[in-house]
Design a protein around this ligand. Structure first.
Ligand code: SF4
Length: 453
């Protein structure tokens, strides 16, 4: 089957390979009859009747999965790569942090897909040709990231088997790595979990908190630096990075200039270096979101030390997440394998989120299971400006707080057997972060003015 995944709104649609063959010809240059004629040339199978084709496209349109016009270069993650062979700005890695990977392939089974460039597709097909039959037919293993251009023209999404990358072997090893070495893997896999952000005078490198190894490395990282590159010119041209916009959305009605935002970040960073001053990270994020919404962000520094009690606004977010998870779990039930990691995490999150949403006003939200890991979480998110581009900053802080509470609740309620069966469950925060971001679960939550405390 082919699953069309809308990571912006969390929608997905399941179609058959026959429908997918038709969709591949809907590249904006053909009407419905043209699509039928092109598909008749390109396949030996019986081609659908015109009314069936129209019905397919009508359903996709109603699901919001069709878009007219060329794929915008802004929409394709891989199109925002570096083009800076003479850029000598330094790469500044998260201070004092070294990363070590357990090599258990957890990150290969928690995202909707992994992107391959055309050359990476060609390498994978050559090195492991039998996988999904992609050696003979590229569409057995890959679909375009966006739109319907042939796979060779842009980034491609790899097929998933039981929720994992098709190239992941059952022992947790990458088959491409096993057969040909690390340099044959997609560059995104080699770099993971490192991300880059352009802060003007330098490029910062840090890690996304979406993998157990990221947290385990806080105390037992390797000796190797986060990235080998000393300057931008040393980075691979395919590296994707975030830039900080000139104007930052604080909430739905207010923007601040980049300089002002950076001065807030500096104050937060000074505190983030001191785990004691950070205190309860979830409570700190929630409180800071309230200050931002009240235009009181200047009341720095970050001072929250103790936990927070449940409130109507927190419950608003918990209900929004419960709804998104119920929809996701309900949709996935029909086609995802019971062994699919993302599906299992969504189910566990749903149980935890419902339990939190049932707390009465004034009941304390769960405290951190490991304060050191949560302090690191805030440090890496802040260093990499990872909350930009999700929602306006205040809302993004609130969502991060909610994700921390959900992960804490999961830590308390997960059965011990699950930890023995698969060690990835030892760090629910990494699972919650990965699934929320990759599956579009943190949607807009309208908050009335002066109601965000
Ligand atoms: S290509 Fe290899 S490293 Fe990358 S997601 Fe697939 S199995 Fe994992």
């Amino acid at each position: 089957m082919v699953v069309l995944h809308d990571t912006q709104r969390g929608n997905l649609a399941r179609i058959g390979t026959r429908e997918w063959a038709l969709l591949r010809y809907a590249d904006g240059t053909r009407d419905v009859e043209g699509i039928r004629a092109a598909a008749a040339d390109g396949t030996r199978d019986n081609v659908s009747e015109l009314c069936e084709i129209k019905s397919l496209f009508t359903s996709l349109h109603q699901a919001g999965l069709l878009q007219d016009g060329p794929v915008s270069t802004l929409e394709t993650a891989t199109a925002v790569g570096l083009n800076a062979s003479r850029d000598e700005r330094p790469i500044e890695s998260l201070p004092g942090y070294r990363f070590a990977c357990h090599g258990q392939g957890a990150c290969c089974r928690q995202y909707p897909t992994t992107l391959f460039s055309p050359i990476e597709v060609a390498r994978a097909r050559a090195v492991v040709p039998a996988r999904c039959g992609a050696g003979d037919d590229v569409y057995g293993g890959f679909t375009p990231e966006f739109g319907s251009l042939p796979v060779a023209h842009g980034a491609a999404a790899v097929a998933m088997c039981e929720g994992a990358c098709a190239y992941l072997d059952s022992d947790g090893a990458c088959s491409i790595h096993r057969e040909a070495g690390a340099r044959f893997k997609p560059s995104g896999c080699s770099l993971y979990p490192v991300v880059f952000v352009d802060v003007g005078e330098a490029i910062r490198a840090t890690v996304v908190p979406e993998c157990r190894c990221v947290f385990d490395s806080v105390s037992e990282g390797s000796e190797a630096p986060l990235v080998d590159a000393a300057t931008v010119a040393d980075l691979d041209a395919s590296v994707v990075m975030t830039t900080i916009p000139e104007s930052i959305a604080v909430d739905d009605t207010r923007h601040v200039p980049r300089e002002r935002y950076l001065s807030w970040c500096k104050a937060w960073t000074d505190d983030a270096e001191n785990a004691e001053r950070v205190g309860d990270v979830a409570a700190g994020l929630w409180t800071m979101a309230g200050r931002l919404a009240d235009r009181a962000a200047e009341q720095m520094p970050w001072t929250t030390r103790s936990g927070l009690a449940c409130s109507p606004t927190i419950r608003l977010f918990l209900h929004a997440l419960t709804g998104a998870l119920e929809r996701r779990v309900g949709q996935d039930e029909a086609w995802r394998s019971p062994r699919d990691m993302a599906h299992r995490v969504a189910n566990a999150m749903l149980v935890a989120t419902r339990a939190l949403a049932e707390l009465p006003d004034g009941a304390l939200l769960p405290a951190a299971v490991c304060a050191e890991h949560e302090a690191f979480y805030w440090r890496t998110v802040l260093y990499g400006h990872q909350f930009l581009g999700e929602r306006p900053v205040a809302e993004s802080f609130r969502w991060r707080a909610v994700r921390l509470w959900v992960a804490r609740q999961m830590s308390r309620s997960l059965p011990a057997a699950r930890l023995i069966e698969d060690p990835v469950w030892e760090q629910p925060l990494a699972l919650v972060e990965a699934v929320c971001r990759a599956h579009g679960l943190c949607i807009a939550v309208p908050i009335e003015e002066n109601h965000g405390k």
